[in-house]
Design a protein around this ligand. Structure first.
Ligand code: DX5
Ligand code: ZN
Length: 225
């Protein structure tokens, strides 16, 4: 029996396409395609070129696309000292804000800020970061994002060594906290992470580079084929 089913988890999995893999020249079309695909969440990768070696986009871009869909926005802040921007992203209409444990030394306070803003609060963990850093903030968590690649770029290969970490996260956090996976999620890795206990699948390349389009990419993740 998988960890997910042993905990009585609903098989309903949420798909969160990452706009990082979209054509930035046609972002509005990408957002509309995500909504039409039946995906549940829009995943927004904000990178500062310091915490990760890449710069993606920030507040003005999120502001521009927020009115285009009613889907929830999940902001994945790959930035140093993310607490500086919690209010900004909340005011832009982000429904869930995830900060990296490695980037926020006063993580408890940061999560309190996020919750106080009215957003759902989550922590993202780099590949090397152990789960025990969550022990004393568990009560403030709506989600935990287990990186399944090193953050900074789309299109990287799934790190299979993260499967036992996903299982351990699900065991540690129980059925009520979302376990989000991010990096290298496609039709072949999706069933493996779901069996391990993940219930929110972030996917960039496999959705936006799917030869038959965004809806087909999302459907492939659900069916695992
Ligand atoms: C990586 C980002 C991911 C990225 C995933 O730093 O956090 O959300 O967009 O891209 P794929 O699905 O292409 O691995
Ligand atoms: Zn991400």
């Amino acid at each position: 029996m998988s960890v997910a089913s042993s905990l009585g988890l609903s098989p309903r999995v949420q798909i969160a396409p990452s706009l990082l893999a979209a054509d930035f020249g046609h972002l509005a079309d990408a957002v509309r395609a995500v909504e039409a695909s039946g995906a549940e969440v829009v995943h927004l990768d904000v990178m500062d070129g310091v915490f990760v070696p890449n710069i993606s986009y920030g507040a003005p871009v999120i502001k521009a696309v927020r009115p285009l869909t009613t889907l929830p926005f999940m902001a994945h802040l790959m930035i140093e000292a993310p607490e500086r921007y919690v209010e900004t992203f909340r005011e832009l209409g982000c429904d869930e804000i995830l900060v990296h444990e490695e980037a926020s030394p006063h993580l408890h306070r940061t999560l309190q800020m996020i919750r106080h803003s009215g957003a759902r609060a989550g922590v993202a963990l780099n590949v090397h970061t152990p789960l025990n850093v969550l022990e004393w903030v568990k009560d403030l968590l709506d989600s935990v994002l287990v990186m399944t690649v090193n953050p900074g770029f789309g299109g990287q290969a799934f790190i299979a060594e993260m499967l036992p970490k996903i299982e351990a996260a699900r065991r540690m956090l129980g059925p009520d906290v979302d376990i989000v996976v991010d990096g290298g999620i496609d039709a072949s890795t999706a069933p493996r992470v779901v069996a391990a206990g993940a219930n929110v699948l972030v996917a960039g390349t496999s959705v936006f580079a799917h030869p038959d389009g965004v809806s087909a990419g999302v459907a492939a993740l659900r069916s695992g084929g």
